[in-house]
Structures are given as structure tokens and as C-alpha cells.
Design a protein around this ligand. Structure first.
Ligand code: SF4
Length: 321
């Protein structure tokens, strides 16, 4: 089998990781590469495993989003699922699997098994297991209930023929496009066509953040490049499930230009950490060139803390955990 190549790519989340901590980008994109190989060195293997780590906030999103997509399909099939059915059928087994794998440390044998940050780094978690379990169940249930009450009635008429299929994470190479020869990952949650418009919805199980508007604006570029749909025919909406609240994000040619400029600048910044700034070659500079975060809070929530711990202690003093 041909050897896999580590291709340079950009996404909203990778740009965010790079901006918050250079070393984090290093671990996730370069330090973890090849960690699945039998003969990988221990550091690479650890980085690969830690790169798969999840946390309760990500679990809220995954469990709630899978549940509401299941509800949409059920409605399209002519049934009327209740929020409790969605929780019991989709969310509960998913949360249970991650929880059991994490508590049972299955990740010691299977790198891709569920591993919760809260279990792995208990020193940074302010909840005990019971509190954690309740928090996960409560948030996911309320997201599903809010979706059922406030959003589903708006979407119940959407048929499978109106939907645009999206390649999701975990099933081959996820949704992406190329912009100026750079591979850009952009994975909208739900997309459908209606009355000459492309509706792009993004589910959010967490707090409202200003950067969400920037994230969904990227989807307008995806729509233009992948589906040849101009921005004036795109409707972007952020669907906050926990509150619930809907935010429409206006998009036009000017917004699209800002998105393009942001990608160009970010790619250029990332390239400075590559040998000869060559994104085609995509060879990382030595690890030491990728600065550690200056923000201890960033490290407390970071999956790669184990790999940085000794350097952080050296820089910040032994008081650092
Ligand atoms: S632990 Fe801190 S320094 Fe290390 S990758 Fe994470 S955020 Fe960066």
C-alpha cells in the first residue's frame, strides 16, 4: 500500500489551534503523524493517541447533533420521534460507549477508543464522575428538547431530495475543497436547497461565541467553490441548541473576500513553521521552533498537556501542575 502523505490543510479549527498555541498545531498535524505505525517512536505514538482525545463539551455536540440528525430522518420517514426516544436511541449509547472506553482505559490498547480529557487529566476537572455524567446527560437532553420544540418544526418539510450530502468526520476524507491549491476542510452540519437558495445550518451545543460567524462564513466559500452558488443565494444560520437561539449570518461578496483574506494570511503564518516555508513539501521545523502557549488556561484544557508538561514546568516553575 502506498505510504500516506501528510498534506498541508487548513480549517477554521486548525487556524484557531495555531493561533492559540503553535505547539498545539505541531502536535496535532506533525508530531502525531505516523503514530499509528507499529514502529512509531513513543512520543509520536502518544501524540497520535492524545490527538484523539475528546472532552465533555465535544461530547455534548456529537451526541446532540447525531440525535437531531436522527430525528430529522425519522420525520422524513413519516414518524414523530420524541426527544426521549432520540436520547435513548442515539445519544445515550454514544455517551455510554465513550464513557466506558474512557473509564476502562481502552485507549491503552486502541488509540481511537474514547478518552475523556476529564478522566485523563482529573487535576483540571472540577466535577466528580457523577457530576460529569449528569452534566453530559442534562445538556444533551435539553439540546434535543429545544431542537424538537423550536427548530424541527421549521425543517420538517425538508425532503431527502432537497438535502446536500456532507462527508462527515470518521467516514473517509471529510468535506473539503481547494482554494488557491490549499486543501480546506469545511464541514457544514446540515445543508438543503429551497426556492433557489442554499440553506446552511450549523448546530451549536455550547455557548454563543463571536467567532462562530466567521466559521460559518467559510461555508459560503465552500458553497461557491464546490457548488457554484454565489453568496447572495446562500442563507447561513447558527442554531444554538442549548438556549435556544438562532443567528442568521449575512453573507455577500465582501464577506467572502474577508474569508479568503483570512485563509491567505493564516496559511502564510503557518507556512513560516515549515522548512523553506514550503506548504507543498509540508515538512515541519523542529518541535522546539513551535512556541508553547503563554496562557496556562490554554494548557489546562489541552489534550497534549502530558507531552508539554516538563517544558511548561521549566518555563513556568514547579507550581505548574
Ligand atoms: S499543553 Fe499548552 S503548550 Fe502544550 S500544546 Fe497544549 S496549549 Fe500548547
Amino acid at each position: 500500500m502506498a505510504k500516506l502523505r501528510n498534506v498541508f490543510s487548513w480549517s477554521h479549527s486548525s487556524a484557531h489551534a495555531f493561533e492559540s498555541c503553535r505547539r498545539k498545531r505541531y502536535w496535532s498535524k506533525y508530531g502525531a503523524w505516523g503514530g499509528w505505525e507499529r514502529n512509531a517512536d513513543p512520543e509520536t505514538r502518544t501524540a497520535y493517541r492524545l490527538n484523539k482525545m475528546t472532552n465533555r463539551f465535544q461530547q455534548y455536540g456529537i451526541a446532540a447533533e447525531d440525535s437531531i440528525m436522527w430525528m430529522l430522518k425519522q420525520v422524513q420517514a413519516g414518524t414523530s420521534p420524541t426527544p426521549l426516544e432520540a436520547y435513548d436511541t442515539v445519544a445515550r449509547p454514544l455517551l455510554r460507549k465513550t464513557w466506558d472506553e474512557s473509564k476502562g482505559k481502552v485507549w491503552e490498547r486502541v488509540a481511537k477508543a474514547g478518552c475523556l480529557h476529564e478522566h485523563y487529566y482529573p487535576e483540571f476537572c472540577n466535577l466528580d464522575d457523577r457530576g460529569l455524567m449528569h452534566a453530559m446527560a442534562d445538556v444533551v437532553k435539553s439540546c434535543i428538547e429545544n431542537f424538537h420544540e423550536h427548530i424541527l418544526p421549521r425543517l420538517a418539510h425538508v425532503t431527502p431530495e432537497m438535502e446536500i450530502p456532507i462527508r462527515v468526520v470518521g467516514k473517509g476524507d471529510p468535506e473539503h475543497f481547494f482554494f488557491e491549491w490549499v486543501k480546506i476542510y469545511a464541514i457544514p452540519d446540515y445543508v438543503y436547497r429551497e426556492d433557489g437558495l442554499l440553506h446552511i445550518l450549523d448546530w451549536k451545543a455550547g455557548a454563543i461565541k463571536p467567532e462562530h460567524a466567521e466559521q460559518v462564513a467559510l461555508y459560503a466559500l465552500w458553497a461557491q467553490v464546490e457548488h457554484h452558488i454565489p453568496p447572495e443565494e446562500v442563507r447561513l444560520s447558527l442554531e444554538y441548541l442549548k438556549f435556544p437561539e438562532r443567528k442568521l449570518v449575512p453573507v455577500d461578496a465582501e464577506v467572502l473576500e474577508r474569508v479568503k483574506e483570512r485563509i491567505r494570511e493564516s496559511v502564510q503564518d503557518m507556512a513560516q513553521y515549515l522548512v523553506d516555508a514550503d506548504i507543498e513539501q509540508n515538512s515541519a521545523l523542529p518541535k522546539e521552533e513551535w512556541d508553547l502557549s503563554y496562557d496556562p488556561d490554554e494548557c489546562r484544557f489541552c489534550e497534549f498537556f502530558e507531552l508539554c508538561r516538563s517544558e511548561l514546568r521549566r518555563d513556568m516553575g514547579p507550581g505548574f501542575p
